[in-house]
Design a protein around this ligand. Structure first.
Ligand code: ZN
Length: 278
């Protein structure tokens, strides 16, 4: 079963690639009284884990089919890499995908671009990547800890040669789909604003990795945040802005959709009315 929502003419479907156990090893701030409290409040053991998703998204409108990100592919074991199956369950084959928006070049978002043989899975798709992100991963300063991401990026550049469009970090990719720079998790990390007929939803990609913890303590970073200080600043600034603007949100590693509100501790996500979904 997939979940989807309409934003104007766009139909957005969550493609669940797999899940991961989120513990204080991943969010060190949660190794604390506050962390234990939040896990327990969610009905979990005091050190977790909370089971968090890897999502890609399908966007359908008129006769177009696009994706945002593609999941882990072969990069994270047989329990993940389910995006092609999810796509099939809504009636599509990889060949039907016309455009793929890449929020950042971490392998849980790009691994799915490749088949088990390392070839391009989406043979007819054009990829869209922000220029800062592309500049970083094709530059000479890739950290030791990100060699896996780098390896996938190199394979993707090779396999999709001539079909990768590098665009400004805040580019309108196609009318109604726009990159929103959210730097910190990776140097050129971007979200995607989906907007039509006065409706909008921000897919904030990896702004947040645990609904259980990070709405309440947004200054807690995840180990893979490449610039944790910047990731925290971006998160705090965006959450505040989303409260003001009352924008619907979705994320790569959070479930469902809703609106951000001020909460008891910091923020919380108020799920969208059940009647708005289908
Ligand atoms: Zn991710």
């Amino acid at each position: 079963m997939t979940e989807s929502v309409d934003v104007g003419k766009f139909k957005i479907t969550w493609l669940l690639d797999g899940t991961y156990p989120c513990t204080p090893d991943f969010i060190p701030g949660a190794r604390s009284e506050e962390g234990r409290h939040l896990y327990q409040k969610a009905g979990l053991p005091p050190e977790g884990p909370s089971i968090e998703p890897f999502h890609a998204f399908a966007i359908e409108w008129q006769d177009h089919l696009w994706l945002i990100d593609t999941g882990c592919g072969q990069e994270a074991g047989p329990e993940r890499g389910k995006v092609p199956e999810q796509l099939r369950s809504i009636g599509y084959a990889p060949e039907d995908v016309e455009g793929i928006i890449i929020t950042h070049l971490h392998k849980d978002h790009t691994g799915g671009l490749l088949t088990p043989e390392g070839r391009a899975r989406y043979r007819n798709a054009q990829l869209y990547v922000g220029e800062s992100e592309m500049a970083f991963w094709t530059g000479s300063h890739v950290p030791e800890g990100n060699m896996g991401d780098h390896k996938v990026t190199k394979a993707v550049l090779e396999q999709y040669e001539g079909r990768i469009k590098v665009v400004p970090d805040n580019a309108v990719i196609v009318s109604g789909l726009k990159f929103v720079p959210l730097y910190g998790h990776s140097p050129g990390h971007t979200g995607v604003m989906i907007e039509d007929r006065g409706q909008q939803m921000l897919m904030w990609a990896d702004l947040m990795h645990s609904s259980v913890l990070q709405f309440h303590y947004p200054h807690w970073s995840v180990v893979p945040d490449m610039d944790p200080e910047r990731a925290v600043a971006t998160r705090l600034q965006l959450l505040e802005q989303l409260v003001e603007e009352d924008t619907m949100v979705a994320g790569s590693h959070t479930y469902g959709t809703g609106r951000v509100r001020r909460g008891e501790i910091a923020y919380e996500l108020v799920p969208m009315d059940a009647d708005d979904r289908h």
